[in-house]
Design a protein. Structure first.
Length: 643
C-alpha cells in the first residue's frame, strides 16, 4: 500500500485524484501538527480506501473538509467520491461536511441521512446525533459537537462562549424502517447511534439565538447550518424494503446521489415502486400533530440513465394536510409544496422508498455524481425553477451539457377542491410508455387528502390511483381521470404548466352529461358534485365535437355582448353592467406587464357592480371576468386618475 502524507493540501478549481490506491491523512509524525485536506468547490476522487488519523481536538480537528467555493460556510459544492464498491474506510479521523436546512426552525421536521459514521471499527458504522456539530463563529474548519436537550425545543446560542453552539432536541429524532405513516411505525433514536448506513432519520430543527447570541456570521436567514463529522461512508450499502410499505432511506455518501441509477440498477429493479419526499409547512409554529401540516411529493425518473438519458425526472407537488397519530389526514386550506429537482439527492438528503417485495435494495458508489448543490438540480431544501436543463460534471469530472429542455411533453394539472385543498397531477406523453402501468414513468398517488383527483392506471379490475401518468400521445385518445369526494364539492381543474404541447387544447369530457370543458390556455373546468367516487365518467381529451365548439363560441359571443363596462375616472371605479345576471365567479385586473393588480371572487349574479381603480397608476389595464360556466370576458380600459 502506498500512503500519501498530506500536511496541508488546498484544492481549488481542479478535480483532485489521490494517488493509487488509497488516501491516507494523519498528523505530521515529526512535528505533531495537524494535517488535513481542504476541498474547496471541487470533487476529491479516490478510487479505493480512505484512512484518516484524528488530529488534536481544536480548530483543525478534521482530516478532510468539504466546503463550498465562494461561500465556504455554505454547503454541497466540495464533495468526496470513491470508486471501488469494495473500498473499506479506516481510522479514527474525521471528514467534515456542511448541510444547511433552510427555512427550518424548532417546529420543522427535515428528512436526513448521515454521510458519515462513527470512527470506530473499520468500514461503515452507525451514526446518531453525536455526528452533528455546530459551526463555531466564522471559522471554516472549527466546530463543536452538539449537545441535546430532553425538552421539545432545540436552539443555537453563542452568547455563552464556553457553551456548545448547537443544542438539538432528542425528542424528535426517529427512523422509519418500515410500515405506514402511523406514528407507531417510527422508531425513536434519542442520543443512541441507532442510524444504520443508508437509513434516513427525521429531526426537527433549531431556533437561532433565543438568548441573544450573534449567529450572523454563519446563519444569515431562517434555517441552520449543520456540520456532519465522522468517517465517510463508501461502498455498497444495503437497506431492507417491504412490499407496499415505506422505508426512510437516505443518501449515505458525502457526494450527490443519482436516484435514477438507484432506481434502474438491475439489483434494485423492480424492488422500488416509487420514491417520495416529505415537505412541511414553514408557517405552522407548533409541535402538535393537529397543528402542523405537510405532505408527500412523488418522484419518478422517466427514462433510465443507463440508456444515456439526461432527463431530471418528474416531481409531483405534495398536498399539505394535517396528520393525527393514527396516520389519518385532514386538509390544510389549499396549501401545496414547492417544486424541487429531485434526481440528484444532495448530501444528507433523506427520502422514502416504497418496496414492491421483501428484499434489500443496494446503494452503490456507482450512483455517486459530482453535482454541485448550488447548481439547482441537486437541492436539499431550496426551490428550483423546473427547466429540465442539465449542465454539470459527472463523477469522473466530464462535463455533460444539454442546452435544450429535456422534459417530456406534459400537462401539470391542479384540481382545486373549493377552499379545502388542491391535488396536483401530471400527465406526460412518451412513445416509450404504454396506456397501462410503466415502472419509472408512472407515480402512484399518496392518497393522503380527504378528497382526491387521480389517474386510474392498470387493468379494469385492478386499477390503482396515480398522480403521475405517462402515455403515448394520440389526439383521439380518451384518458380517464377520477375523483373521490368525501363530501359535496365544487371543484375545478386548471393546467398550471403546459410543456411542449405545441398549442394543443385539452378538455375534460363528462361522458354522463356529454359536455366538454377546456382546462388549458388559462381556462378551467368546473364541476359541482355530491360525495362519491367518479371512476368511469371523466376523461382528458384533445378534441371536442364541432357542435360543442360552435355552442361554446355562440355562448361566448352572447355573454360578451350582454356585459358592459364603463371606466368612471371621476369616481375612481370600473363599473360593470350585468343585466342578464350571469354568475360571475372571479374578476382579475392586470397591468400592461401582466402583473395582477386586483382580484375578487364569488361576485355572483349581481346586475351592477364595480372595482376600485383610484389607487392604480395611469395606464391601460386588462380586465378578465370568469363566469361559473367557465366563460371568460375580457375588456381593456384606460385609467386616468388626475383631477
Amino acid at each position: 500500500m502506498k500512503y500519501l502524507l498530506l500536511s496541508l493540501l488546498v484544492l481549488s478549481g481542479v478535480t483532485a485524484m489521490a494517488q493509487a490506491p488509497d488516501l491516507f491523512v494523519r498528523p505530521n509524525p515529526n512535528t505533531g501538527t495537524d494535517s488535513y485536506i481542504y476541498v474547496d468547490d471541487v470533487v476529491l476522487y479516490v478510487e479505493d480506501d480512505v484512512e484518516l488519523e484524528k488530529n488534536a481536538t481544536g480548530p483543525t480537528e478534521a482530516s478532510i473538509y468539504l466546503r463550498g467555493g465562494n461561500d465556504p460556510l455554505y454547503n454541497g459544492d466540495g464533495q468526496l467520491i470513491q470508486g471501488s464498491e469494495t473500498a473499506i474506510n479506516k481510522g479514527d479521523g474525521l471528514l467534515s461536511v456542511y448541510q444547511n436546512a433552510e427555512n427550518s426552525d424548532r417546529w420543522t421536521y427535515n428528512f436526513w441521512g448521515s454521510p458519515v459514521g462513527l470512527p470506530t471499527a473499520n468500514g461503515n458504522q452507525n451514526a446518531g446525533v453525536s455526528r452533528i456539530y455546530g459551526v463555531n463563529g466564522g471559522s471554516v474548519t472549527e466546530s463543536t459537537q452538539s449537545s441535546t436537550v430532553s425538552g421539545p425545543d432545540g436552539f443555537s446560542d453563542r452568547s455563552v462562549p464556553s457553551g456548545p453552539p448547537l443544542t438539538i432536541s432528542r425528542r424528535w429524532i426517529y427512523t422509519h424502517p418500515r410500515g405506514t405513516e402511523s406514528e407507531g411505525d417510527y422508531v425513536r433514536i434519542n442520543t443512541t447511534n441507532g442510524i444504520a448506513p443508508g437509513m434516513g432519520f427525521i429531526m426537527k430543527g433549531v431556533d437561532n439565538n433565543p438568548n441573544g447570541g450573534n449567529d450572523s456570521s454563519i446563519n444569515t436567514g431562517p434555517g441552520y447550518k449543520y456540520d456532519f463529522r465522522g468517517r465517510p461512508n463508501t461502498g455498497e450499502i444495503e437497506v431492507e424494503v417491504f412490499p407496499g410499505e415505506i422505508t426512510l432511506v437516505a443518501n449515505p455518501y458525502p457526494s450527490a446521489l443519482d436516484l435514477n441509477r438507484l432506481f434502474y440498477d438491475t439489483d434494485n429493479d423492480p424492488l422500488i415502486s416509487r420514491i417520495l419526499f416529505w415537505e412541511e409547512s414553514k408557517t405552522k409554529n407548533s409541535h402538535f400533530y393537529a397543528e402542523n401540516a405537510g405532505g408527500y411529493g412523488v418522484w419518478v425518473p422517466g427514462a433510465s440513465d443507463y440508456n444515456g438519458t439526461t432527463e431530471l425526472g418528474t416531481y409531483n407537488l405534495p398536498t399539505f394536510t394535517i396528520w393525527d397519530a393514527a396516520g389519518n389526514s385532514y386538509p390544510d386550506g389549499g396549501v401545496q409544496g414547492t417544486y424541487y429537482e429531485r434526481r440528484f439527492a444532495p448530501i444528507g438528503q433523506g427520502f422514502l422508498v416504497e418496496g414492491s417485495t421483501n428484499d434489500f435494495i443496494k446503494i452503490k458508489n456507482e450512483y455517486r455524481r459530482y453535482i454541485k448543490e448550488s447548481s439547482s438540480i441537486s437541492e436539499f431544501a431550496r426551490p428550483a425553477k423546473n427547466t429540465g436543463k442539465f449542465d454539470q460534471e459527472d463523477s469522473n469530472g466530464a462535463v455533460v451539457v444539454v442546452e435544450e429542455d429535456t422534459r417530456l411533453p406534459q400537462l401539470r394539472i391542479n384540481t382545486y377542491f373549493d377552499q379545502s385543498h388542491v391535488r396536483q397531477t401530471v400527465l406526460l406523453f412518451s412513445n416509450e410508455a404504454t396506456d397501462g402501468f410503466d415502472r419509472g414513468y408512472d407515480g402512484k398517488s399518496p392518497m393522503d387528502a380527504t378528497s382526491e383527483a387521480y389517474f386510474p392506471v392498470g387493468q379494469d379490475d385492478n386499477r390503482k390511483p396515480y398522480v403521475i401518468n405517462t402515455v403515448p400521445f394520440d389526439a383521439s385518445k380518451q384518458i380517464p381521470i377520477s375523483f373521490k369526494l368525501d363530501q359535496p364539492y365544487k371543484f375545478w381543474l386548471e393546467a398550471v404548466e403546459e410543456v411542449k404541447m405545441n398549442g394543443k387544447n385539452a378538455y375534460i369530457f363528462d361522458s354522463e352529461e356529454n359536455t366538454y370543458q377546456e382546462f388549458t390556455n388559462g381556462k378551467s373546468a368546473t364541476y359541482n358534485l355530491p360525495a362519491g367516487t367518479y371512476d368511469n365518467r371523466f376523461y382528458v381529451v384533445f378534441k371536442a365535437t364541432k357542435k360543442h365548439l360552435a355552442e361554446a363560441t355562440e355562448t361566448q359571443n352572447r355573454i360578451e355582448e350582454d356585459v358592459d363596462f364603463f371606466q368612471n375616472n371621476r369616481l375612481g371605479v370600473l363599473e360593470v353592467s350585468n343585466p342578464e345576471g350571469y354568475d360571475i365567479e372571479q374578476a382579475l385586473v392586470f397591468d400592461t406587464s401582466g402583473k395582477l393588480v386586483y382580484q375578487k371572487s364569488n361576485i355572483g349574479i349581481e346586475k351592477n357592480f364595480s372595482f376600485p381603480t383610484g389607487n392604480l397608476s395611469d395606464g391601460v389595464y386588462l380586465v378578465k371576468l370568469k363566469t361559473a360556466d367557465n366563460i371568460y370576458i375580457s375588456y381593456k380600459t384606460p385609467v386616468y386618475n388626475k383631477n
